[in-house]
Design a protein around this ligand. Structure first.
Ligand SMILES: CC(C)(COP(=O)(O)OP(=O)(O)OC[C@H]1O[C@@H](n2cnc3c(N)ncnc32)[C@H](O)[C@@H]1OP(=O)(O)O)[C@@H](O)C(=O)NCCC(=O)NCCS
Length: 166
C-alpha cells in the first residue's frame, strides 16, 4: 500500500469503479449514466482517473462540445469522500488541462463554482458572449493555446448532457 495518488487516462477496466465513484459522490446515478452515454456516443475525449493503490478515488470527464472552435466541456468531476480536501480534484484538473493543451484544444467550458474553478483560470466573463442553456454566472471558460479564437457564438455540450437533471 503506497498511498501515492497516480493520475492517468481511464481504461475500460476502470468503468465499473468510475460508475461507483460518481454514483456515491453525486448520490444519484445521473452523472454515471452521463459518462456512459458520452462514451457510447463517442463524445468522451478523455477521462482522467486518480488512483491510489490501483483503486479509483477521483475522476474528471472531458467531452467534445459543439462550438465555433475546438472546445471541451469539463465535468463531471468527483473525488471519493475519504480522499477530499487533499488536492486530488485540483491535481485532476491540472492533469486534464495540460492534456487538453497538448492536444491543441482551444477552450474548456465548465458549469460550476467560480471560487474553485477560478483557481485554474476559468472565468465567467470569457463565457459570457456565448449562447448556451447554461449561460449565467456559473458558466465559465478557460482559453488554451492563446486567446479564444472567437468571443461569441453558440456552444453546446454533447447530446448526452441532455438527459442530466440539474
Ligand atoms: C468538489 C470535489 C470534486 C472537490 O474534490 P477535492 O479533491 O476535495 O478538491 P481539492 O482538495 O482539490 O480542493 C478542495 C477545495 O475544493 C473546494 N470545494 C470542495 N467542494 C466543493 C464544492 N462542492 N463546490 C465548490 N467547491 C468545492 C473547496 O474550496 C476546497 O477547499 P478546502 O479543501 O480548503 O476546503 C469533491 O468535493 C466532490 O467530489 N464533491 C462531490 C461531487 C461534486 O460536487 N463535484 C463538483 C461538481 S461537477
Amino acid at each position: 500500500m503506497s498511498g501515492i495518488v497516480v493520475f492517468r487516462e481511464e481504461t475500460p477496466e476502470d468503468h465499473p469503479a468510475i460508475r461507483e465513484l460518481l454514483s456515491a459522490a453525486f448520490k444519484r446515478s445521473g452523472e454515471a449514466d452521463l459518462v456512459e452515454a458520452l462514451r457510447k456516443d463517442g463524445d468522451l475525449v478523455f477521462g482522467c482517473v486518480a488512483a491510489v493503490d490501483e483503486r479509483v478515488v477521483g475522476y474528471a470527464a472531458l467531452s467534445r462540445m459543439s462550438a465555433p472552435f475546438p472546445a471541451l466541456g469539463l465535468g463531471p468531476v468527483a473525488v471519493s469522500a475519504a480522499h477530499r480536501s487533499k488536492g486530488v480534484a485540483s491535481a485532476l484538473l491540472r492533469w486534464s488541462l495540460a492534456r487538453a493543451r497538448d492536444d491543441q484544444w482551444r477552450a474548456i467550458f465548465v458549469l460550476g463554482d467560480g471560487a474553485f474553478y477560478g483557481r485554474f483560470g476559468f472565468r465567467p466573463e470569457l463565457a459570457a458572449g456565448f449562447g448556451s442553456p447554461y449561460a449565467g454566472p456559473h458558466f465559465m471558460a478557460l482559453a488554451l493555446n492563446g486567446a479564444l479564437p472567437a468571443k461569441e457564438g453558440r456552444v453546446d455540450y454533447a447530446p448526452g448532457f441532455g438527459q442530466l437533471r440539474p
